[in-house]
Design a protein around this ligand. Structure first.
Ligand SMILES: N[C@@H](CCC(=O)N[C@@H](CS)C(=O)NCC(=O)O)C(=O)O
Length: 195
């Protein structure tokens, strides 16, 4: 959604609000009847086009950038692309750890593995330490590397608090500076509506 807003192409898509119970963390839930027919992955976001379905954020953003953005948010090839992917792969690992940690936290206290929760938290913090070393090289364009990083930071602030800020103070200052962007302000994390 942030990428769509940054590219100014919101009116080109229809959005279907996800609703699901907290049981999503441990059970298969059906967010929308048509959805399971569209994607075997059954995770959001998913982009359904007339020709194909893209079932994860990075593929969707890669497509939007090439098809609608003239490669403005991620270089088509060469060193700039690989450098951006290096950042994106770390930010995506944070997002995956945030989601896995959340799913584990949704288990009852006697089912839950606190070791696993700690492992995800450790991964998040290590990745923030790595991004802290990259933030000074962020360019003027709010590109896909920055979008993915900002989404990770915003989710951590909302769901897990300020631990990440302690290990990545320069990144936190950068995030506070980009947070007023309309694409981030209007997509702040919130609880998924309950089905
Ligand atoms: N790395 C994936 C993560 C997607 C993801 O896990 N989305 C969550 C919602 S935040 C989801 O759909 N969870 C449902 C499930 O795992 O059953 C992406 O960025 O697309």
């Amino acid at each position: 959604m942030v990428t769509i807003l940054e590219l100014g192409i919101r009116d080109r898509f229809e959005f279907v609000q996800t609703k699901w119970p907290h049981a999503w963390g441990t059970r298969t839930v059906v967010p929308h009847p048509e959805f399971m027919g569209d994607t075997p992955v059954a995770r959001i976001p998913t982009l359904v086009t007339a020709d194909f379905t893209l079932a994860d954020s990075h593929s969707i953003c890669d497509y939007l950038n090439g098809e609608f953005g003239n490669f403005r948010l991620l270089a088509r090839d060469g060193a700039a692309r690989w450098r951006a992917l290096a950042t994106i792969s770390i930010a995506n690992a944070i997002i995956e750890a945030q989601i896995s940690r959340r799913a584990e936290l949704l288990r009852s206290e006697h089912e839950r593995s606190n070791d696993f929760i700690d492992k995800m938290r450790d991964r998040q913090l290590r990745c923030y330490e790595a991004l802290e070393k990259q933030v000074s090289a962020f360019g003027a364009e709010f590109d896909l590397a920055q979008i993915t990083t900002a989404v990770a930071c915003g989710y951590d602030d909302w769901r897990y608090g300020s631990d990440w800020r302690d290990v990545a103070p320069k990144l936190a200052a950068w995030f506070d500076a980009v947070s007023p962007r309309p694409s981030l302000r209007t997509t702040q994390p919130a609880e998924t509506p309950q089905a």
